[in-house]
Design a protein around this ligand. Structure first.
Ligand SMILES: Nc1ncnc2c1ncn2[C@@H]1O[C@H](COP(=O)(O)OP(=O)(O)OP(=O)(O)O)[C@@H](O)[C@H]1O
Ligand SMILES: [Mg+2]
Length: 242
């Protein structure tokens, strides 16, 4: 069953058409990736789905039309977005950042959810009182994901989670992404690291200049010569560098 359906979605900044008539579908509990070069429109697409940008077209989440739904409502229905900039409260501790991610729940529930996040990200537990602004890049990404998970989303959207991270941390993050899917969380993953994204995803879309130019099962796209040439470089999809 579809959790999220996007139909004919367009985003414009003045005369710049960043997203043009994009259609996309995410089944509950699956990982869908959108890959594409700089400026392809990936971030604009995520922001439009989250209701952070005005857009034309349709976004349907859990069977409900999102047209007049503000971001807070989309969030409380079960959508979470981890932005490219991670948006942490840098002068607050890890713990306080996590508390702010829990939407409308009592103390006991917060304690329970935080324990789950700490079980998933043991590094955050070790540093729970450390200020977010002093964390390494990988720890920041983990905190941003942990904060999003505090809301128990059904759909977690991740904008370039591997950006600027060392390969070993990228592997860890992708392992967590795959584990979240196995626990029923659907993931919409925007990545420039196409190799890692196609390895973890079930289904993939390629965006170029605002348009979806290809889509298909991730394993199929990973073997497509056009994808290999433009996004994977030499060596094809089976070289394990994620
Ligand atoms: N606030 C804005 N005002 C004007 N143009 C914008 C704005 N934000 C994005 N754009 C333009 O929209 C296009 C798509 O940008 P977007 O950030 O969505 O791409 P992206 O695929 O996420 O790129 P990247 O991989 O570099 O993050 C680009 O041409 C960009 O310059
Ligand atoms: Mg972007």
């Amino acid at each position: 069953m579809s959790l999220l359906t996007v139909a004919d979605l367009s985003v414009a900044y003045g005369r710049i058409q960043a997203v043009q008539g994009v259609a996309l579908d995410i089944a509950a509990g699956s990982i869908v990736t959108v890959i594409g070069a700089n400026g392809a429109g990936k971030t604009s697409l995520l922001n439009a789905v989250m209701g952070l940008l005005p857009a034309r077209g349709e976004v349907t989440f859990r069977g409900e039309a999102m047209a007049r739904c503000p971001t807070e409502k989309r969030f409380s229905l079960g959508m979470s977005l981890v932005t490219e900039s991670r948006d942490l409260f840098t002068t607050m501790s890890i713990e306080d950042n996590l508390i702010l991610g829990a939407n409308r729940c009592g103390r006991r529930e917060i304690v329970q959810r935080m324990a789950e996040v700490f079980a998933r990200f043991p590094r955050l537990k070790e540093r729970s009182t450390q200020l977010a602004g002093t964390l390494s890049g990988g720890e920041r990404q983990m905190l941003a994901m942990g904060r999003a998970l505090m809301a128990r989303p059904q759909l977690l959207m991740l904008d370039e989670p591997s950006l600027g991270l060392a390969p070993i941390i990228v592997r860890e993050i992708f392992h967590i992404i795959s584990d979240l899917r196995d626990n029923g969380v659907a993931i919409l993953l925007v990545e420039q690291n196409a190799r890692a994204a196609l390895q973890v995803a079930d289904y993939a879309y390629v965006m170029e200049l605002g348009l979806v130019t290809m889509d298909g099962p991730a394993s199929q796209l990973a073997g497509d010569p056009r994808v290999i040439e433009s996004y994977l470089g030499f060596g094809g999809a089976d070289t394990n560098t994620a």
